[in-house]
Design a protein around this ligand. Structure first.
Ligand code: BTN
Length: 329
């Protein structure tokens, strides 16, 4: 276990160095010094990193070069990009699993620390809200679950949902320059189509939450025509919107860092700014909505617990606590 984490740390330092000198050649001697290993040992680790798909060029008598960052989610690459203190640092990467939420929940029960992150290249039973499934093809998108251990009451759980949706929306808007918005309760939309979904699950003892699992599916590189017919008119990806593929590990690192900043604020009790951003990014407020029970109305507000306030066409005010609403265009 200890040897394994030491290896990951050294591999991360190697990749960090290569990324810092992207497109340049770093001498084996300088790199060995930086990483704190012999040149022979370094050479062996570089071979392992190459076998994991990182296209490092070894140039005899000159050193090593990385021309561009590959679209991989393996630990040394993701951790080399991650600048957070705690969130995402305990990183579990799986080639395939049934559901990252299921794995994170299991790790949470075994005592996994705050900020433990589970990511898979593909899911065979990706879970959506309300018993739906989540489209999880290999190698295209982000499927992640985060273990959080906030000391909050059951009533405040919705703040964690706000936290995830605000952080992700902010990353898409500020880092990727796309106009993402939050559709109540926690879907992320771009130009009227869903790009991400969030599923927060809670493990509690009595009325006290033990830990939460924040599951996020973000469509990053699904190409045009790549969604199954049942969702193809309603779903989009960042690549479709930007007309170019994006680096999943970089987006994941930005997301973890942004979420960490909001989370630190929330833990200090500062939730007003988060709610202000949530309202600012909101797609649902002010629009006409169709409720699951068939009624229609206008979304006029949200309660501090995260319920949507709807003024029905008949004039009554409803508080919609759970479920989905459809925005009527
Ligand atoms: C929704 O229905 O909008 C929520 C979708 C959440 C999907 C993600 S993918 C990673 C994590 N693991 C799961 O099984 N579900 C969530």
């Amino acid at each position: 276990m200890k040897a394994e984490s030491g290896r990951i740390q050294r591999d991360t330092t190697i990749v960090t160095t290569l990324i810092r000198h992207l497109g340049e050649t770093v001498s084996g001697e300088a790199m060995a010094r930086e990483v704190g290993m012999s040149r022979v040992a370094l050479h062996k680790r570089i071979d392992v990193l190459k076998s994991q798909g990182i296209p490092i060029k070894s140039i005899p008598r000159r050193g090593y070069t990385l021309e561009e960052i590959p679209d991989l989610l393996i630990p040394p690459l993701f951790l080399a990009l991650l600048k957070s203190q705690e969130i995402g640092r305990n990183y579990h990467f799986l080639e395939q699993t049934d559901s990252t939420n299921r794995v994170a929940r299991e790790l949470g029960r075994e005592g996994a620390p705050e900020g433990t992150l589970v990511v898979a290249e593909s899911q065979t039973r990706g879970k959506g809200r309300q018993g739906r499934s989540w489209f999880s093809p290999r190698g295209e998108n982000l499927y992640l679950s985060l273990v959080l251990r906030p000391s909050i009451s059951l009533l405040e759980i919705s703040h964690i949902t706000f936290l995830a949706s605000v952080a992700l929306t902010q990353v898409i808007r500020e880092r990727i320059s796309l106009e993402a918005l939050i559709k109540w309760p926690n879907d992320i939309y771009i130009r009227g189509k869903k790009v991400a979904g969030i599923l927060v699950e809670m493990e509690s003892q009595g009325t006290k939450p033990q830990f939460l699992v924040v599951g996020v599916g973000l469509n990053v590189n699904t190409p045009p025509g790549g969604f199954p017919p049942e969702i193809s008119t309603r779903a989009t990806s960042l690549m479709i919107e930007r007309s170019k593929p994006l680096l999943r590990a970089q987006i994941l690192a930005w997301f973890m860092e942004t979420l960490e900043r909001w989370y630190q604020d929330l833990k200090k009790g500062h939730k007003e700014e988060l709610l202000r951003y949530w309202r600012q990014y909101n797609y649902t407020l002010g629009r006409r909505v169709h409720l699951e029970d068939g009624r229609e109305g206008w979304a006029v507000g949200i309660t501090p617990q995260g319920a949507l306030l709807v003024r029905t066409l008949g004039g009554s005010l409803l508080s919609v606590g759970a479920g989905d609403v459809e925005v009527v265009e």
